[in-house]
Ligand binder design. Structure first.
Ligand SMILES: NC(=O)c1ccc[n+]([C@@H]2O[C@H](COP(=O)([O-])OP(=O)(O)OC[C@H]3O[C@@H](n4cnc5c(N)ncnc54)[C@H](OP(=O)(O)O)[C@@H]3O)[C@@H](O)[C@H]2O)c1
Length: 300
């Protein structure tokens, strides 16, 4: 329930969420239930304007959340061979939803991606200089990233949209194959590169709070700082399975087993941290929100 400055209760929140069957969309629904926030999943396909208008007319939401998007299965390489399907959802669909929301005067919280940047001379690996919200994407090496960079640029013209640049999402559910930790523990070989990442257990509640505050514009939606693959795998060994082993390979070797290049980068999370000073660094959040709650090894 929202509250006005004089303490009287304002209109209660009602969220319309797209992405019911997806990872982030599913988690959002659970969070709304835990917080007693009224919510309904959208039934329309994003590219069908009339469906979206009908959803909004029947739900009458205070805010709209877009956790729908094409990410590819088993991974983003799928987008390389399904370009039109990828455009239909990630470009046409996302823009249509933003446009309908604008017309109805609704804030749209849009789960986007930070995989539109890669380390460069002005933001070198290990420098601690991250890309800022206003920086122009410099990674369109995969078709997935290309659609996301294009749409981010266009969405920037919509004053009702809050774009959240999510990266390498991690949750405390280590059995979920989408979880970055689960992915890298199952790969035969992994690269070892520091990256900005998003701890969903900590950041999805923050995105709900962002809606309540009606925040708009672009946000690097990652925990501050970076963590490397090996650092995560060492934490996994310490907290979950001391017998776990892993092998590294180089970016050149990785390129032989994937179709499209992947982005590696640091995003500067200071804008989000300023709004939410309690935000933990990526390594603190990994331990507090993921590894400690899942601990299987004895406490020393
Ligand atoms: N997971 C990641 O690694 C990652 C990283 C950074 C950013 N993100 C972004 O965060 C968003 C959510 O990711 P996620 O991992 O939760 O995705 P996900 O598990 O693949 O779920 C995608 C959801 O989008 C829905 N969807 C796809 N096309 C649609 C369309 N045209 N109209 C309506 N719904 C549609 C799917 O529903 P159907 O099953 O009915 O198609 C599904 O519910 C995506 O935009 C993704 O790009 C994800």
């Amino acid at each position: 329930m929202g509250a006005t400055a004089n303490g009287t209760s304002a209109q209660p929140f009602k969220f319309l969420i797209y992405g019911r069957t997806g990872w982030i969309g599913g988690l959002l629904g659970k969070l709304c239930e835990a917080q007693n926030i009224d919510y309904v999943y959208g039934s329309g396909r994003l590219q069908n304007r009339v469906d979206l208008e009908a959803d909004i007319a029947s739900v009458n939401p205070t805010h709209v959340f877009n956790a729908a998007g094409v990410t590819g299965r088993p991974n983003v390489d799928w987008c390389e061979s399904h370009k039109v399907e990828t455009i239909r959802t990630n470009v046409v669909g996302t823009l249509t939803l933003a446009d309908v929301c604008r017309e109805k005067g609704l804030v749209l919280i849009n789960y986007a991606t930070g995989c539109i940047f890669e380390y460069d001379a002005a933001h070198p690996l290990g420098s601690g200089i991250g890309f800022k919200e206003e920086d122009t994407p410099n990674f369109i090496g995969s078709f997935y990233s290309k659609t996301k960079a294009t749409v981010e640029d266009l969405l920037n013209n919509y004053e009702n949209v809050c774009t959240l640049r999510v990266r390498m999402p991690i949750s405390s559910d280590l059995s979920n194959p989408r979880n970055f930790i689960t992915k890298i523990t199952r790969y035969e070989k992994v690269v070892n590169i520091p990256n900005s990442m998003t701890i969903l257990d900590e950041l999805l509640p923050i995105s709900i709070e962002m809606a309540k505050r009606n925040l708009t514009g672009i946000y690097n939606f990652t925990n501050p700082g970076v963590v490397s693959h090996n650092e995560i795998l060492e934490m996994y060994r310490e907290y979950i399975d001391p017998s776990f082993t892993y092998k590294n390979f180089t970016l050149e070797e990785q390129a032989k087993v994937i179709v499209a290049p992947r982005s590696n980068n640091e995003l500067d999370a200071s804008k989000l941290k300023k709004e939410f000073p309690e935000l933990l660094s990526i390594k603190e959040s990994l331990i507090q929100n993921v590894f400690k709650p899942n601990r299987k090894t004895p406490v020393a």
